[in-house]
Ligand binder design. Structure first.
Ligand code: PRX
Length: 656
């Protein structure tokens, strides 16, 4: 099975119409309906979003102005007062949904738990009261470093309830990575667990928090709230560390949701970029609530009876938007699963679908490729007939994997929505609407209503059909990131300065290459910057290089992505050593482990190659293009004559 190449994608001609039965029952039933809504929204985006905001959300106070756009800074629903925890919980309690399952949780060692809206509300209120008692007030940042257990969602909603922005740190990140985020966000409280279960092992989370806080490395942190999960023995620092079950026992169920300004910060989520450390992507309250609500409802064609399952971890934006906020704001039943597929349990996803009768299933291409490899007999041995809609996210899906998903998992009857979006966009931006948009395997199809997407050259001119260019968004949307936390300049530089404004209008630069075909369908080709995607996880090459260089043996490091059948890309590192060190397999293993310690297991290099020197231009810039060629064993693309030292390339090849 191969990764999508431009050639294979260009040859892709299959078109799948939404099944008639699906369209009949869908919210948006035909391409004509989609086009009419799209045109209406494009003609008046503010009017379009205002109407939905009025219809779909509860506001404590209505806004005075729909959009205040001072490029590149947007404010949506200015003057409006809202609370997303209220919209996700309280407003459902006065309806029949009060006793509907809000969260169905399947734990890794086989335990499970269902929380109705009323029960979830009670626990969120309790945690909100506990957090307040620990001295957190509106505006204080709270870090959440948790396994995939209900308390992760409860913690997010509790923070939102009292107006304390959360920053969820993926439980697979190392203590070093956690520390960087605690320091950058100046977090006052950390909510964690003793440990979590991942791939047949216990991940020691509390010890990682201890390491992050050692030597007063993150002095803003005053308290640590610990949920008991793995039941391992963990050290508790008196006065700083508190067990959740101890404090919960005395906590009141009553905690009114704080009326938040629509533009108050809801959360910070760190993501990798081209330069420097991961950046804190800032999302605010009202616009994010609206956009995740509407995209969940229309994109997944959500019905009140649906059991919805997004397999992401809450540590990523997908988990924020499509496990917690989008589904709960709609009063849906959202499944949360602690496990991940692994060789010892390749059928675990299908077991969950069968057990709960999942109707809508949303996962990543990397997972689909792994299932494909494990063989059809695994899903075929389970009853997947409850499924009615499938989704993918995170990276381009190769048409073979798309077809397998369609036929083997979807039984040929389920539309697939391939959703293109980013941490920065808050919700999906380019996606089929499943009852309306004919799909082409490998294409995210067309923009969501209200999203003005285009493919342009570096001057900002739209390129011709089927010509490659840069993916941009030409009008602000409600859930766009507002800034990089504490760094407006970086926000401006990263997203708004690569492409000059068009007729005075700023365009958002997504960092992805794309083309649009003659039917207006978008084909996203992947990143155009130094960001690589390993199993759909976004990593900056520079972050990994910094991690390598922090090892005493390493003089210089250059990291590139190499294509990988299952993971999409894997980390390939070229390393030059300090004089006293010499290459060995043991040192390779040590350096890989060092990266795991500095960032986390997702960044572990698949291969490290030692080199005497790295290919550089005369001005000293590393020529990554050549390194990418070398990593994948291809011929060099382009001219090597600008290189400072021609012999370097020969030696690097010999290192094979
Ligand atoms: O390159 C695009 C790819 O993932 C990047 C965003 O990564 P992240 O912020 O971690 O968010 C992932 C989940 C939303 C994008 O710039 N990407 C995401 N979805 C797709 C995709 N590439 C192709 N097709 C997609 N459907």
């Amino acid at each position: 099975m191969s990764q999508p190449t431009i050639e294979s994608i260009l040859q892709e001609k299959r078109l799948f119409n939404p099944p008639a039965e699906f369209s009949q029952g869908a919210r948006i039933k035909s391409l004509e309906d989609y086009e009419a809504i799209y045109q209406k929204a494009a003609a008046d985006p503010e009017g379009f979003w205002a109407e939905l905001a009025e219809q779909e959300l509860d506001w404590f106070q209505k806004w005075d102005q729909v959009l205040d756009w001072q490029p590149p800074f947007a404010k949506w629903f200015v003057g409006g007062k809202i609370n997303i925890s209220h919209n996700c919980l309280d407003r459902h309690l006065t309806t029949w949904r009060r006793n509907k399952a809000a969260l169905i949780w399947e734990g890794e060692p086989g335990d499970s738990r269902t929380l109705t809206y009323a029960q979830l509300h009670r626990e969120v209120c309790q945690m909100a009261n506990v957090i307040k008692d620990l001295g957190v007030t509106k505006g204080d940042r709270v870090a959440i470093y948790m396994p995939m257990i209900p308390e992760a969602a409860i913690a997010m909603l509790a923070c939102a309830r009292i107006g304390a922005p959360h920053t969820v740190v993926f439980g697979g990140f190392s203590s070093e990575a956690l520390k960087d985020r605690l320091v950058d966000a100046q977090a006052k409280l950390v909510i964690t667990a003793d440990g979590g279960f991942r791939k047949d092992k216990v991940v020691p989370l509390k010890p990682a928090v201890d390491a992050a806080l050692a030597d007063n490395a993150a002095p803003s942190v005053e308290n640590v709230l610990v949920v008991q999960r793995s039941k391992e023995n963990v050290a508790m620092t008196p006065g700083r560390d508190h067990w959740w079950h101890d404090l919960q026992a005395g906590a009141s169920y009553d905690c009114p949701a704080e009326p938040m300004d629509s533009e108050d910060m809801l959360f910070i989520l760190y993501t990798s970029g081209t330069t420097g450390k991961p950046k804190g992507v800032v999302h605010t309250t009202g616009g994010y609530n609206l956009y995740t609500h509407v995209t969940t409802q229309w994109g997944f064609d959500l019905k009140d009876t649906d059991v919805f399952w997004c397999t992401a971890d809450v540590g990523w934006i997908t988990g924020h938007s499509y496990i917690v906020y989008g589904p709960l704001s709609n009063g849906a039943t959202s499944v949360m699963y602690e496990g991940v597929p692994r060789p010892s349990n390749p059928g675990c996803f299908w077991d969950v679908i069968e057990k709960y009768g999942v109707n809508i299933f949303y996962t990543a291409p990397t997972a689909i490729r792994a299932f494909l490899k494990a063989g059809e007999h695994v899903p075929n041995a389970r009853d997947l007939s409850s499924l009615r809609l499938l989704g993918t996210v995170g990276e381009p899906i190769n048409p073979e994997a798309w077809m397998w998903y369609h036929l083997v998992i979807g039984g040929g009857r389920c539309p697939i929505i391939d959703t293109w979006w980013q941490t920065e966009t808050g919700g999906f931006m380019i996606t089929p609407l499943p009852g309306a948009t004919p799909t082409k395997p490998g294409s995210a199809t067309r923009p969501f209503p209200g999203i003005l997407a285009d493919v342009v050259d570096l001057e900002g001119n739209p390129v011709a059909d089927n010509e490659g260019g840069y993916l941009v968004i030409k009008h602000p949307w409600p859930s766009m990131m507002r800034t990089v936390y504490g760094d407006d300049d970086r926000f401006r530089r990263t997203y708004w300065e690569h492409i000059p404004p068009q007729d005075g209008k700023y365009v958002y630069f997504a960092g992805d290459g794309a083309r649009r075909d003659e039917d207006g369908y978008f084909w996203v080709m992947g990143r155009v910057d130094d960001v690589i995607s390993v199993s759909g996880h976004r990593l900056g090459t520079m972050e990994i290089e910094s991690a390598l260089v922090s090892h005493p043996a390493v003089a210089e490091a250059a990291v590139v992505g190499r294509k990988d059948e299952l993971k999409g890309e894997e980390v390939f590192a070229f390393v030059t050593l300090e004089g006293t060190f010499s290459p060995s397999d043991q040192l390779k293993a040590e350096l890989k482990q060092h990266v795991v310690q500095e960032i986390g297991a997702i960044a572990r290099p698949g291969e490290i190659r030692f080199a005497d020197g790295l290919p550089k231009t005369r001005s000293g810039k590393i020529i990554r293009r050549f390194l990418r060629n070398l990593a994948s064993g291809e011929a060099l693309s382009g001219d090597a004559s600008t290189m400072e030292d021609q012999s370097v390339l020969e030696k690097l090849r010999e290192g094979d």
